[in-house]
Write a new protein. Structure first.
Length: 238
């Protein structure tokens, strides 16, 4: 399933450009405190809807999941829900994305999010690590945090699907090699599904990014969802 990382050479080069030109992660992804705790009215409404669906998916990630800079219905979670519904799945996708989250922040809030749900999710799509990478945090720490979250979900009997990120070359060959192996290694170790690169299909086309150069436009989100939906369907049916 994992693609050859060489095929992402142009993507990585463009990511390097994004990092050089984009705003600081903290500024680009700052959110109100109530969003960070997962207590928004929109979230409550989504959870109420989830009670009525046959399946519940939690999209647990950072600003790429949260729909930063987009209208409420244009983010990853609502677009994925629409795509899965169109594919014949009675499912609600709960947006548990928090802008600015590192893997450490995600690990700290995971139990709170899961305990706040009215039922056990049928799938958690886990996509964190991008902020760790942009801030140059140690890949070993990123991997430890990701593994701890996967273990939490496994211990609760919740299926997991990882969405990976790739490090740009300007962070150094050693960093990139260590970071880029985090997601496939965890997927193999814990026998869980992996979508190798969340931004696949966008990098290299500036028109698919917001003016900050980091976050996808609504059209960009549609491309991401179009690529990832078949694999999500496979996981749900597996």
């Amino acid at each position: 399933m994992l693609r050859n990382f060489i095929s992402y050479g142009l993507s990585l080069a463009f990511l390097q450009l994004l990092m050089a030109c984009g705003p600081a992660p903290e500024e680009a992804q700052a959110v109100p405190e109530d969003v960070a705790t997962g207590s928004t009215e929109a979230d409550s409404g989504q959870l109420a809807e989830a009670k009525e669906a046959e399946m519940l998916i939690i999209a647990f990630g950072d600003s790429l999941y949260a729909g930063y800079g987009l209208d409420q219905k244009e983010g990853f979670a609502p677009e994925l829900q629409a795509a899965l519904t169109a594919a014949g799945k009675d499912v609600r996708v709960h947006n548990a994305g928090v802008s600015g989250d590192t893997t450490a922040a995600g690990l700290r809030r995971m139990d709170f999010v899961l305990d706040s749900l009215s039922r056990k999710p049928d799938l958690v799509i886990l996509g964190l690590g991008g902020n760790d990478m942009l801030r140059g945090l140690k890949p070993s720490d990123t991997r430890a945090n990701m593994e701890a979250m996967v273990k939490k979900l496994k211990d609760r009997g919740i299926p997991v699907m990882l969405t990976g990120m790739l490090a740009p070359p300007n962070l150094g060959a050693d960093f990139s090699k260590e970071f880029n192996t985090i997601y496939p290694a965890l997927a193999k170790k814990y026998d869980i599904a992996l979508y190798p690169f969340f931004m696949d299909g966008l990098v290299g086309n500036p028109d698919l990014f917001l003016p900050d150069g980091l976050h996808p436009t609504a059209e960009g989100v549609e491309i991401i969802v179009g690529k990832i939906t078949p694999q999500v369907v496979d996981v749900l049916e597996g």
